[in-house]
Design a protein around this ligand. Structure first.
Ligand code: U2F
Length: 458
């Protein structure tokens, strides 16, 4: 066993897809700053590290005791990933895990001359729990998604037993409420992540998350990108399930990393708009609405007459209806990337049309901006349900998909009615709670201190 006076060395193992590595990197920076006597090694794919480095550069020098290492992602050089199989890169990566991390960890130990004394990892990487067990060190996973979806994954066996699994589980029970799962009674079967009771139960993600649910209760502590009191029932559930449950978020407030430079001059454009008038549109980094829905959304934005800012990758720009950009150019800005945290923090932002990725949801709360929800996969349907039904700071769509009329109606509601105003007020209240949690003496600050203690062994 490591002696107390040995200097601690914490390795952080990232899941290098979607917006998973970014919150872990925020946490790494915060931990390194809080424990200057400990060494921190951040292990992540070269591609993901490069994109983090771009935004991290804007946040200034990382603490000296935090070093970044690349791990191989299993993708052979020159190999073209199939566009129709988004899981292929994940399979390739997991195919070389944990060997890739072990190699990088050995390099990190050689570099600083200190044995790794704790593993912090993305919760998806349950294998880090096994590695930690073999090394005789604690494992602390970070769950980056919505906390309610974590509760659903923890109860996958119960859900399958109660609802059935596979094709027959749906659609007959799609609207059944999950009142037999602690803390999730407001959810319906249809809100669950695919791969729990419906969809492909044998997909890479389905198997990964099922296994993760078994391993998390063995972790020394589980860190979450949320704050105590946001959902008291879940706080109780996680305290019961985990050795130590540590909501330390919202991480974008605890350890802000600016989204990078404002290359497309969105912020000056927002400066010229009226307060709470602009619809900001983004569906995160993983998905794009299918072409037909994208056209409906464009038509809805046009019909609503509201000014809008749309983060749309260049490769999808061609899917916009003919003449759309010309007709809306005087009140709309369509760019491939925006500094989202700053955009949502701008007074002009009035509504956020979002896929409800968890980072987007917490950033929207931090900005006090109501949401128009179009979820697609994973935790997003649950997050959308929380936003619209529990917090009442947003709306969804009848039938789920974007339609011209639905978009216009949702934007009218959020931007132009008393109910919209109330949503904004409620979002503002949640914002205040979040700010209190990360402020002096706040619950996330206390939990963060506990986390520093656990990872450094003090
Ligand atoms: C996966 O999430 P995504 O990457 O699809 O979406 P988010 O969690 O909402 O994160 C998007 C991030 O990218 C940033 C934005 C968010 O931090 O501020 N961004 C930006 O700065 N500028 C832009 O123009 C567009 C985006 C997954 F799909 C979700 O279901 C999970 O909840 C999530 C976390 O596990 O990971």
């Amino acid at each position: 066993e490591r002696r107390r006076h040995d200097a601690p060395h914490v390795a952080l193992l990232a899941f290098p897809f979607g917006t998973h590595a970014a919150p872990l990197y925020s946490l790494a920076r915060a931990l390194a700053a809080a424990a200057p006597g400990a060494a921190f090694s951040f292990l992540n794919s070269a591609r993901s590290n490069a994109s983090l480095a771009r935004s991290a550069a804007a946040a200034g020098q990382a603490p000296d005791n935090l070093r970044v290492y690349d791990v191989t992602d299993g993708c052979p050089t020159g190999y073209e990933l199939p566009a129709d199989d988004p899981e292929e890169k994940v399979r390739l990566f997991l195919g070389v895990t944990p060997g890739n991390f072990l190699v990088a960890m050995a390099a990190a130990e050689d570099g600083g001359g200190r044995k790794v004394s704790c593993l912090v990892s993305d919760a998806f990487l349950w294998i880090a729990g096994k590695m930690a067990e073999e090394m005789g060190v604690p494992w602390v996973p970070l769950w980056t998604g919505g906390p309610a979806s974590l509760a659903a994954h923890l109860h996958t066996d119960l859900l399958r037993l109660t609802i059935g699994a596979g094709k027959q589980a749906i659609p007959a029970r799609a609207d059944q409420h999950l009142n037999f799962v602690p803390g999730l009674s407001y959810l319906r079967v249809r809100d669950l992540p695919e791969g729990v009771v419906f969809g492909n139960l044998n997909s890479e993600f389905s198997r990964l998350l099922h296994r993760m649910a078994d391993e998390l209760p063995r972790a020394a502590a589980v860190a979450l990108n949320t704050f105590a009191g946001l959902d008291p029932a879940l706080d109780a559930e996680f305290s019961a399930q985990f050795n130590t449950s540590l909501p330390v978020g919202p991480l974008n407030l605890v350890a802000p990393i600016p989204a990078g430079p404002d290359r497309h001059a969105c912020l000056p454009w927002l400066d010229s708009q009226a307060p709470a008038s602009v619809a900001y549109v983004s569906f995160g980094t993983v998905i794009s609405p299918p072409p037909a829905e994208l056209a409906e959304l464009a038509a809805g934005l046009e019909a609503s007459g509201a000014p809008f800012l749309w983060s749309l990758k260049d490769e999808w720009r061609a899917r916009l209806p003919a003449g759309f950009l010309d007709r809306t150019g005087s009140r709309g800005l369509v760019v491939p990337w925006v500094p989202q945290v700053d955009v949502l923090g701008h007074v002009a932002s009035g509504a956020f049309v979002t896929h409800c990725g968890w980072n987007s949801v917490v950033e929207s709360l931090a900005g006090g901006v109501p949401m128009v929800c179009r979820p697609f996969l994973g935790d997003q349907r649950i997050n959308a349900r929380v936003v619209s039904q529990v917090w009442e700071v947003g709306v969804g769509f009848e039938g789920g998909a974007l339609t011209c009329g639905g978009v216009k109606e949702a934007l009218d509601l959020v931007l132009r009615t008393e109910e919209g105003k109330r949503m904004r007020e409620r979002a503002g209240e949640l914002r205040k709670k979040a700010v209190r949690a990360v402020g002096p003496g706040g619950s996330s600050v206390q939990n963060f201190k506990a986390l520093v203690g656990i990872v450094t062994g003090n």
